[in-house]
Ligand binder design. Structure first.
Ligand SMILES: [Zn+2]
Length: 54
């Protein structure tokens, strides 16, 4: 099984792009909440399982 990393977006002017970036919703930029093995966006309902980022 290969680990699939999301393609990085272009860095924004903040220059604050790191592994932490994946803790934010790619849809609405809301900070994702951790629920067991999932990261969930409480704002739009987006979520990803740990299999996507571990
Ligand atoms: Zn969202």
């Amino acid at each position: 099984m290969e680990t699939e990393e999301p393609r990085r977006e272009q860095e924004e002017e903040t220059g604050h792009v790191s592994a932490d970036a994946m803790l934010y919703c790619p849809v609405c930029n809301q900070r994702l909440s951790e629920h067991k093995c999932k990261l969930v966006c409480v704002r739009c309902g987006y979520y990803m399982s740990c299999a996507d980022y571990c």
